[in-house]
Design a protein around this ligand. Structure first.
Ligand code: SF4
Length: 415
């Protein structure tokens, strides 16, 4: 086990609930009617219902509620921005502090795995077949919902393993691979087939049209935004998703014994800087163009980075990368006030300033039997829980489409 994964488990031990502490936390729940926590979950995970079950010591029922409503209940338990969603809405906010919904969800999913619970059973095959392109959160969620309804689903993934951003673009400190694998394993048990290393493009998508009754395009945002800055061509300048994928795959050695500067203020930037530090960077620092209050990163991720002793410098905008003999040596920033200047030594600079959709599918629109979800439909880059919601919604649309086909058959094509 690599050091980075060991540290992920160390963090898990720090924040996880055990039976006693989970029960204590659940006992603080006010059992609200029309609970605001449940209203504010994009994927309709229904925390009020699972916490109520837990409070009455029904661990199985609580875990079942999560799994029924959220095909990626394990991943969401680790990476959901609770402080901006259900926990922010919790009625206890006005009294003392919100219920730790995320930690309770994590506890219950661990109980599910430990107890080998398997709640979702597929209905008998209905004769319809769907191809999902991409194996990220939207596709996995769409596939799970369809497979549970008896649809044959095959997922086409150009990489060698499933999960998309979950398996390749988030540091294991924040999301251990075993959590991703557990969610995917439950989906596989419903009969969903995976084709790895098969790239579906605009050119060969037609080959799927004959074999399947519907196609779901659920590919993610797989390109880091590139800044327009002098010196970006120097060796040692890298982009967030490339760096995280290298670090996560463990297939290539990532040795960082030097000064690393990460630029950005979101969770991906936090992932990069904490990963760089754990991989041996002598000095790792994060620089964000706006104030700490404006940073889009979750508060827990910011705190985690600061707990590692990593400086978070705010209100500085990168202006020029310095280098010699083709290698990066440092970076100059201009203060947001217009006159301050900051010069940092750097042998490795990682830009984590957002992702963009470079897919050839980006201009494709939903039509007939083509459905689109996740980041493929929303090029701004949704959270994982939003992608789950979109995958579920697309599955409903596909099932309605099949129903409309059946009614057309029954009426001889007349509606
Ligand atoms: S809003 Fe808070 S207190 Fe109310 S049901 Fe949800 S978790 Fe419990």
């Amino acid at each position: 086990m690599s050091d980075i994964v060991k540290k992920a488990y160390a963090r898990e031990a720090e924040t996880g609930f055990n039976y006693r502490t989970a029960m204590e936390e659940a006992s603080r729940c006010l059992l609200c009617e029309d609970a605001p926590c449940s209203r504010d979950c994009p994927a309709s995970t229904n925390p009020a219902k699972f916490i109520r079950s837990l409070r009455f010591k029904n661990i199985k029922g609580a875990a079942e509620t999560i799994r029924e409503n959220n095909p990626l209940g394990g991943c969401c338990a680790w990476i959901c921005p609770y402080d901006r969603l259900c926990e922010k809405a919790c009625s206890r906010v006005g009294i003392d502090r919100p219920i730790k919904i995320g930690s309770l969800q994590r506890f219950l999913i661990e109980e599910e795995e430990r107890g080998k619970m398997d709640f979702i059973k597929a209905k008998p095959l209905c004769g319809k077949k769907v191809a999902c392109i991409g194996s990220g959160p939207a596709s996995l969620s769409c596939a799970r919902q369809l497979a549970a309804e008896g649809v044959s689903v095959e997922i086409y993934e150009c990489k060698a393993s499933a999960g998309g951003i979950l398996s390749h673009g988030i540091t294991p400190t924040r999301l251990p691979q075993r959590v991703v694998d557990h969610d995917i394993e439950l989906i596989k048990r419903l009969g969903v087939k995976f084709h790895f290393g098969e790239k579906i493009s605009k050119e060969n998508i037609d080959s799927l049209k004959d074999k399947f009754d519907a196609i779901f395009i659920g590919i993610g945002l797989w390109s880091s935004k590139k800044p327009d800055i002098k010196g970006k061509e120097f060796s040692g300048v890298e982009y967030a998703l490339d760096f995280l994928e290298r670090a996560r795959s463990n297939t290539k050695s990532v040795v960082l014994n030097d000064d690393v500067v990460v630029i950005g203020g979101g969770n991906v930037a936090m992932d990069c800087v904490s990963t760089a530090k754990q991989l041996g960077a002598k000095n790792a620092v994060i620089v964000y163009r706006r104030s700490i209050e404006e940073a889009p990163a979750d508060i827990d991720e910011l705190k985690f980075v600061q707990s590692m002793g990593i400086p978070v410098i705010t209100n500085f905008i990168p202006e020029e990368i310095k280098g010699s003999e083709g290698r990066v040596k440092g970076i100059r920033f201009r203060g947001r006030d217009g006159y301050s200047e900051l010069l940092l030594n750097a042998q490795h600079i990682i830009f984590a300033i957002g992702q963009e959709q470079v897919s050839e599918f980006k201009d494709i629109k939903e039509k007939e039997n083509i459905f689109i979800g996740g980041d493929a439909a929303h090029s701004s880059g949704a959270t994982v829980v939003e992608a789950v919601a979109q995958g579920k919604a697309s599955a409903v649309k596909i099932l309605n489409y099949f129903k409309s086909l059946d009614s057309l058959c029954k009426t001889g094509g007349k509606v």
